[in-house]
Design a protein around this ligand. Structure first.
Ligand code: HEC
Length: 199
């Protein structure tokens, strides 16, 4: 019995003392002397495959997606407003006019988001500018994960829409708050200058 106990203990000792490396310990076995081996090329961590190109790249093949590929909810818009005010408004201004504080202090003025050219861009275009930058503008991929970038796209769309709302699309109570608020087909008269004056 005692002998058997010894034998078992000895066996366990062997396993405790099996050859092994401490983290980042030097190795004489590998040519580069690194015991911690580099990842095999193309290794993807579980959950990080990101194979949904519409969502992660904003593209369908080589084409920019026309619509935001995630549900546009009130939460998304609120998040988008928050991120826009933090990361975009310093240059693009709180309303997307392109007259943010840094611009007023001398940085190159970006175009207004309310021009015909930018209004006509697909949703994926805005995502792409944030992902890859554009001309003098750096990219915001490090500051804004994909979901946040789409949130900002949604909010930029809301800013653009705010200049073009048809009075007939407003609720009764909202219509009453507007000057000359009869339902009509003309764009709502914006309180801060008409849309045409900004283009
Ligand atoms: C530091 C200033 C700055 C910040 C911050 C900034 N931009 Fe820009 N952005 C610019 C400038 C400058 C241009 C014009 C670049 C050029 O034409 O070379 C521009 C251009 C653009 C354009 C227009 C591209 C076109 O077709 O003309 C879009 C869209 C845009 N920015 C979106 C954003 C969004 C969204 C954010 C926030 C995530 C953001 N920008 C943050 C400075 C900035």
């Amino acid at each position: 019995m005692a002998l058997a106990g010894f034998a078992a203990a000895g066996c366990r000792q062997d396993m405790h003392q099996a050859a092994r490396y401490d983290p980042l310990e030097r190795s004489d076995f590998y040519a580069d002397q690194r015991s911690s081996r580099p990842l095999v090329e193309g290794t993807v961590a579980r959950g990080f495959l990101r194979d949904d190109a519409r969502f992660y790249a904003g593209k369908d093949g080589a084409t920019l997606v026309s619509d935001i590929p995630t549900p546009v909810t009130k939460e998304l818009l609120v998040r988008g407003q928050d991120r826009f005010d933090v990361y975009c408004s310093p240059c693009h201004g709180r309303t997307g006019e392109g007259n943010g504080m840094i611009v007023q202090r001398g940085l190159k003025q970006p175009p207004s988001f309310h021009t015909e050219r930018l209004r006509a861009q697909v949703d994926g275009y805005y995502y792409d500018v944030m992902t890859n930058g554009f001309g003098a503008m750096q990219d915001y991929s490090a500051q804004l994960p994909p979901q946040d970038r789409w949130a900002v796209v949604a909010y930029v769309r809301a800013l653009q829409y705010s200049r073009r709302v048809n009075v007939a699309d407003l609720r009764e109570a909202e219509r009453a708050t507007i000057d000359g608020g009869q339902a009509g087909t003309a764009p709502a008269p914006a309180t801060h200058g008409g849309p045409a004056t900004h283009e």
